[in-house]
Design a protein around this ligand. Sequence first.
Ligand SMILES: Cc1cc2nc3c(=O)[nH]c(=O)nc-3n(C[C@H](O)[C@H](O)[C@H](O)COP(=O)(O)O)c2cc1C
Length: 180
Amino acid sequence: MSEFFELIKTRQSCRNFDSERAVENEKLIKVIRAALLSPSAVNSQPWHFTVVNSKEKSKEVAKAVQKAGSNEFTSSCPAFIIINEEETNIFSKEGKKVIGQEFASNDIGIAVAHIILAAQSVALSTCIMGRFDEQEIKKICDIHKGKRIRLIIAIGYAKNDEFRIKSRKPETETVTYIID
Ligand SMILES: Cc1cc2nc3c(=O)[nH]c(=O)nc-3n(C[C@H](O)[C@H](O)[C@H](O)COP(=O)(O)O)c2cc1C
């Protein structure tokens, strides 16, 4: 199997980070640059990534994530990537008017997929998080209060990377092939 398919197969959400093992900034930059190469509707790139890899600030981010009532595992996570939505460009806005599709969330989702797979390729583990105290995160990271934070990614080395069998809906339910 190619390395790419192996990456997809072995990636899994990490909820057991090694607090003793710091993440190299160089690796985080590599991962972010993979996100920046991500496609987006009319190349709008409606995102901003805030990378937190700081003993003090990472603890504050973990607390703000947990304030939403879950994700306790972030206490041992050394780094985070916060993704906020930026204005889409005029062409993307036009597309929304014409076909009634909002593209920014799709674009951010694709960029996040780049991040988690790029991380996996440099032996880092991740967990995407949709629950966090948005206002608190904005204060900690100095993100303008008018912006929407869409997702936060916990990133670090896994303490225990025992592979879990993937739980997915059956393909018969989720795929229709119309093929010759
Ligand atoms: C948009 C989104 C939000 C998520 N939010 C959380 C979260 O807040 N906490 C968490 O532990 N996992 C979260 N996850 C991870 C999912 O639970 C996980 O991807 C799913 O169960 C599949 O497991 P796997 O990633 O190990 O393959 C989120 C995933 C996505 C895509």
